[in-house]
Structures are given as C-alpha cells and as structure tokens.
Design a protein around this ligand. Structure first.
Ligand code: UDP
Length: 245
C-alpha cells in the first residue's frame, strides 16, 4: 500500500485505484474489520471542527484521495499524490472485482429503493455478483441494532454504507467491532449515481477538476458545505507557507 501523507492532520494514502483493489483483497484475506474512507476537502475541513470525525479518519485502515483538491494541496506541500481515487468510481470497480472473486457485498443506506436499484443494476452488469443484502435503515444510532442484525445474518465481505459523510463513517466506526465485515466503506452518493437518481459531472469536467462545480449547479443547497473548498485551499496555503519558513 502507498504511504500516507497528512493534510491538516488528516491522513491520505498515496494509492491508485489498482492498489486500492489490492488492499481490499488483503483486508478480505486477513479478515477482521477494516474501515475505508474516501477523503475530500469537505472531510478535511469537517474534521477540523469535529474531533470524533478526525479520530475516525486517523484510525481508518485506508483513506483514499477522493477529491481533486487533495491532489492540488498535496502538490503544493511537495508531497504529491499519484492519482485521485474517487469513491464514485471506486464503488463500481469494487463491485466488478467482488463479482469475479465471489466477495459478498451488502448495500446499506441511501434513499427509498435506491440501494436495491443500485444492487440490481450492478448484478445485471456482473451476473456473478453476490448481493449479500440490502437495507436502507438510517444513520440514527437507534436504528443500528436492526441493521447489525441484517448484516451479521448476511455475512458480507464488503459493506457499502450510503448515509453521506460524516454520518456513514461514524456509523461504521461505532459498529465495526460488532460486525465481522473485512471491508466497510462510506460511499456517499455513489449508489444514487449507479441507480441513476443523481447524475455525475461529464468526464471532461471531471478531467479538468470541475466535478465540484457540476455538483454545485445540480445541488445548489450544498453551497454552504462547499465553502469547505476555498477554506481548505486557504488553510493548506497557510500551512505550506509555515512549512517553508
Ligand atoms: N442518506 C440516507 N439517510 C440520511 C442521510 C443521507 O440514506 O439520513 C443518503 C442519501 O439518500 C444519499 C447518500 O446518503 O443516497 C449520500 O448523500 P450525499 O450525496 O449527501 O453524500 P456525500 O456524497 O456528500 O457524502
């Protein structure tokens, strides 16, 4: 696995998509419970004000660099990351790998019917995919028990949790010891993209680092959360000036 750098105290592993899939295979071979987080600038800024979330990211087994802003920041701090590993691209890749390696996948969260639709679309794409279970539930701790029961009965190798950040990552962290799931990953809106209930930016926008702009145009209510982007840029620039002194 690639080394980790830290951006404003948040670890980010210098991994590629291919290396992430290899790491997932290793976690499954090892067994136990592992948490994978898809870090972007919103995560980093949220963690500055949320000690729980910071601890979760620092304790995660793998933090992939989701979010082009992290790559810019890493370059500025002269600790470049090789590749953006977007959770929304990674989740379908993991499903493809799971199908060929007979890893059982559980889909937790997302809106009404979305996880089931995403699972059936992936199953149509990869007929060998084993959908261990689907459960919408909610990120509220009162609903943990029901979800844990379903997941333990299903015995998946991989759990996709779609409650948005940081709720999904907190869900995994507080329940991981009760679940014998080798790979647990917060997938944000990925199931909506697979199910077609949300659309991703066109490839050309992703390529030039403007996926966030597409998101802002389609989900304008996110503007407040997205202020994390300029705040992140300023905080990293400040850190880079300090480290140059
Ligand atoms: N979600 C949910 N329950 C909640 C909050 C969110 O199931 O209480 C789901 C939501 O329907 C969506 C997913 O969480 O499918 C991720 O939402 P979002 O796009 O906001 O997450 P992000 O990508 O920003 O982490």
């Amino acid at each position: 696995m690639g080394k980790a750098i830290t951006l404003l105290r948040v670890p980010v592993h210098d991994v590629t998509y291919a290396e992430t899939l290899i790491a997932i295979g290793q976690f499954i071979a090892e067994g136990g419970a592992h948490q994978l987080c898809t870090v972007n600038p919103e995560f980093v800024m949220a963690a500055q004000e949320d000690a729980d979330f910071m601890a979760i990211l620092r304790n995660a087994d793998l933090c992939v660099p989701d979010g082009i802003g992290l790559l810019w920041a890493a370059r500025m701090l002269r600790q470049p990351l090789r590749e953006r590993v977007a959770g929304s691209d990674l989740a379908p890749m993991i499903a493809a790998e799971a199908a060929s390696r007979q890893w059982r996948v559980f889909f937790l969260g997302a809106g009404e019917g979305v996880a089931a639709k995403a699972a059936s679309i992936l199953k149509a794409r990869h007929p060998e995919l084993i959908v261990a279970g689907v459960w919408a539930g909610s990120p509220h701790p009162n609903d943990d028990e029901a979800a844990i029961e379903k997941i333990c009965a299903a015995g998946p190798h991989i759990l996709f949790a779609a409650y948005g950040a940081p709720a999904q990552d907190k869900w995994i962290a507080r329940n991981r010891d009760r679940l014998n799931v080798p790979v647990m990953m917060g997938v944000g809106g990925s199931l909506d993209f697979i199910a077609g209930t949300a659309t991703r930016a066109p490839r050309w926008m992703q390529r030039i680092g403007l996926e966030w702009l597409h998101r802002l145009a389609h989900q304008p209510w996110r503007w407040k959360r997205m202020l994390a982007l300029p705040r992140f840029a300023v905080a990293v620039a400040r850190e880079s000036v300090i480290s140059d002194r």
